[in-house]
Design a protein around this ligand. Structure first.
Ligand SMILES: Cc1cc2nc3c(=O)[nH]c(=O)nc-3n(C[C@H](O)[C@H](O)[C@H](O)COP(=O)(O)OP(=O)(O)OC[C@H]3O[C@@H](n4cnc5c(N)ncnc54)[C@H](O)[C@@H]3O)c2cc1C
Length: 417
């Protein structure tokens, strides 16, 4: 399979050379290194341990870090495009890649584009150097376990994972569910609530973002991982039991994550490229299959049936609509976007996460029985495609909720007298 970036988003003319290079490198990596092995990892539901370090060697893990620290200054959009290339071949790898890159983007590109007073800015610059050195010099991988199985990941309550402040650092206690990269990351970028005494009430304003070394005493991974889709993410449960971390393990100064989450809503779109890639993969598969060109299948053409042509047309239209709103939305990502831009970001998220499953469904229906055998990737794409709409904080349901309210109410309006 060749690099088909120009056909993929139909946006080549809008990309800078650096964006194109990173997208192309991502495509070459997955097609050469990943495709031969991906089914094996998938079936076992195991983590692609041999391949992830190779992504590090190619410079993917440090690409979004600021240049002055040794990164490549890749911004949110560049990351999104590269990750969508990975998602075309393996949604699970794209998703785990997201968890690491998000840790870099929050502390790098986003923080650099956020208002901070000089004191906070200096504090942040002092803190992040150590994390960036680990990533760039030691190949460290940071995971992003935010979800807890309560209302916190949806932004509706304080995180139940707590960081009790002591003289030398914090004592972390809590549980994170669906922690992609669990057992494989070197550091867990944990959102937690700082407590100043054991009995102080948790408040969202005291949200902290800290790195917990995976080897630290009191950190453990538990539970099964046997999900419907996205099996290679190995998103098991993380437990923190009286885990001590020193003050310099902060990823952002206190209070900054809380502001960043409010000012940078597009940041919550970072899960979408895995699914944009999957949507493209389902369409590409269908075209190859109906033309009798799918590797591993007899070269039987099925393209001459009008019903197949209609379904492919339908898939193409949904795909183009999805990519168009997605590309517009990732292109206008910035701090403090307008109301229209935020509503479009929710609409883009909803469109990607729902449409990918619709495209996968149509692909299986029109290609037929042999296409969903486990020897073919479509079955995996179909299962992976179901997971996108469930990802907090912008699940498909919550997007509908926010879009409906946003359309009918202006800020501060209510129907109560
Ligand atoms: C493959 C995979 C990998 C993942 N990796 C990570 C990871 O690395 N890090 C991480 O932090 N999380 C990760 N997640 C978790 C994910 O983001 C969600 O937190 C998780 O799927 C939520 O599951 P739940 O059953 O607890 O959801 P619940 O909170 O019970 O929500 C169930 C549904 O109810 C709706 N809902 C939730 N809250 C509200 C509300 N306030 N109002 C109205 N409706 C609501 C939503 O639509 C949601 O889909 C991953 C999930 C998957 C599937």
């Amino acid at each position: 399979m060749k690099y088909i970036g120009p056909d993929f988003c139909n946006i080549t003319t809008l990309l800078t050379d650096e964006e194109l290079l990173i997208q192309k490198t991502a495509n070459e990596f997955v097609t050469k290194e990943f495709i031969p092995l991906v089914n094996e990892y998938y079936e076992k539901g195991s983590f692609p341990v041999d391949l992830i370090p190779k992504m590090g060697e190619l410079g993917f893990f440090g690409a979004t870090l600021p240049k002055k620290y040794g990164g490549r200054d890749a911004d949110l959009k560049t990351y999104m495009l590269a990750a969508s290339e990975i998602g075309r071949y393996c949604g699970a790898t794209a998703l785990t890649f997201n968890m690491h890159v998000s840790s870099c983007l929050w502390t790098g590109y986003l923080a650099d584009n956020l208002e901070m007073d000089d004191e906070k800015r200096n504090e942040h610059n002092n803190l992040r150097g150590m994390h960036y050195e680990r990533i760039l010099k030691k190949g460290s991988i940071y995971a992003q376990p935010f979800s807890e199985g309560n209302a916190s990941a949806a932004g509706k309550s304080a995180f139940g994972t707590t960081a009790l402040r002591t003289d030398k650092g914090w004592i972390i206690n809590g549980k994170k569910i669906f922690a992609s990269l669990s057992g494989h990351a070197n550091y867990y970028g944990v959102l937690c609530t700082e407590l100043f005494s054991e009995n102080s009430p948790p408040s969202r304003a005291n949200t902290m973002y800290v790195a917990v070394p995976s080897s630290q005493e009191g950190v453990r991974v538990e539970g099964e991982w046997d999900p419907l889709g996205m099996r290679g993410t190995v998103s098991r449960t993380l437990i923190f039991e009286n885990v001590f971390i020193p003050f310099n393990e902060q990823l952002m100064p206190r209070g900054i994550y809380y502001n960043a989450a409010k000012q940078w809503p597009h940041m919550f779109m970072t899960l979408t490229p895995s699914y944009v890639g999957l949507a493209q993969a389902c369409y590409d598969f269908t075209v190859r299959y109906l033309r009798g060109e799918q590797p591993g299948m007899p070269p039987i053409k099925r393209r001459m049936y009008p019903t197949k042509q209609l379904t492919v047309a339908q898939m193409k239209i949904i795909l183009e609509q999805t990519k168009a709103i997605w590309f517009q939305s990732i292109s206008e990502a910035k701090p403090n976007p307008s109301k229209d831009q935020i509503m479009r970001a929710w609409s883009a998220q909803y469109s990607v996460m729902e449409n990918v499953n619709e495209i996968a469904r149509l692909a299986i229906r029109t290609c037929g029985g042999q296409s969903m055998l486990k020897s073919q990737p479509l079955e995996r794409f179909y299962r992976d495609s179901r997971c996108g709409a469930l990802m907090l904080p912008w699940t498909a349901e919550l997007c509908l909720d926010m879009i409906g309210k946003g359309a009918l109410y202006e800020h501060g309006e209510s129907d109560e007298n």
